[in-house]
Design a protein around this ligand. Structure first.
Ligand code: SME
Length: 203
């Protein structure tokens, strides 16, 4: 099957069925590949494309999803100015910032501060609390960081690595053009997908 066909969405799916479908399409895309940049690139594309193809809830129009992507803890990036993070004895301990990682949508803010006393925004809170954050109205969320003024609601899932040790390595973030764009079914489906992704990669 051509890779692009993974984003095909059958009609008539309920929300839970839709998220199970996306999960099951993603699993084979991650097989045989453990590079996190490569896997996050395909995951953001698959989730974003599938949502836009799921016409009843997120298709083109007023309720469309307008951003889907990842922020990853900065020391995990392969850039010389960042230390590699030992997940048990990290040099950034506690972590200080998340950096923009693979995504689909318009350009977004590159750095999110997660340092104690300085953290702000939905992504930072999901990362620090290791909890999914469902935000029905971004304008009512204290500290929300507006990357796109058109965004009205948001959901963010932590990427919780559970291998030899447990560590939060980043977040999966989705934005929607409508207030109340995401519900508890979306949060649950996305967290299951986030769990699949994080454990399919080497960090
Ligand atoms: N709104 C996020 C920032 C990331 S953008 O939405 C892509 C936040 O408050 O952390």
């Amino acid at each position: 099957m051509p890779h692009a066909d993974s984003a095909y969405v059958p009609s008539g799916l309920t929300k839970p069925e839709f998220w199970d479908h996306v999960h099951d399409q993603l699993a084979p895309l991650l097989e045989g590949q453990r590079n996190w940049v490569t896997n996050l690139a395909n995951a953001s594309s698959l989730i974003y494309s599938s949502l836009l193809a799921y016409a009843p809830h997120f298709g083109d129009g007023e309720r469309a999803v307008n951003w889907c992507g990842f922020y990853v803890e900065s020391s995990l990036f392969p850039a010389p100015r960042y230390f590699k993070r030992d997940l048990t004895q990290g040099r950034h301990n506690p972590p200080t910032e998340l950096l923009l990682a693979p995504f689909c949508g318009k350009p977004a803010c590159q750095v999110i501060n997660v340092a104690p006393g300085k953290a702000r925004g939905v992504c930072a809170n999901a990362f620090i609390d290791a909890q999914t954050k469902l935000v029905p109205d971004v304008d009512a969320y204290p500290g929300h960081i507006a990357c796109d003024g058109q965004t009205k609601s948001e959901v963010v899932c932590p990427l919780i690595l559970q291998q030899e040790q447990t560590a939060v390595v980043g977040v999966l973030d989705l934005d929607c053009l409508a207030v109340g764009g995401f519900d508890a079914d979306d949060a649950a489906g996305l967290q299951k997908i986030a769990d699949l992704i994080v454990n399919a990669c080497d960090w």
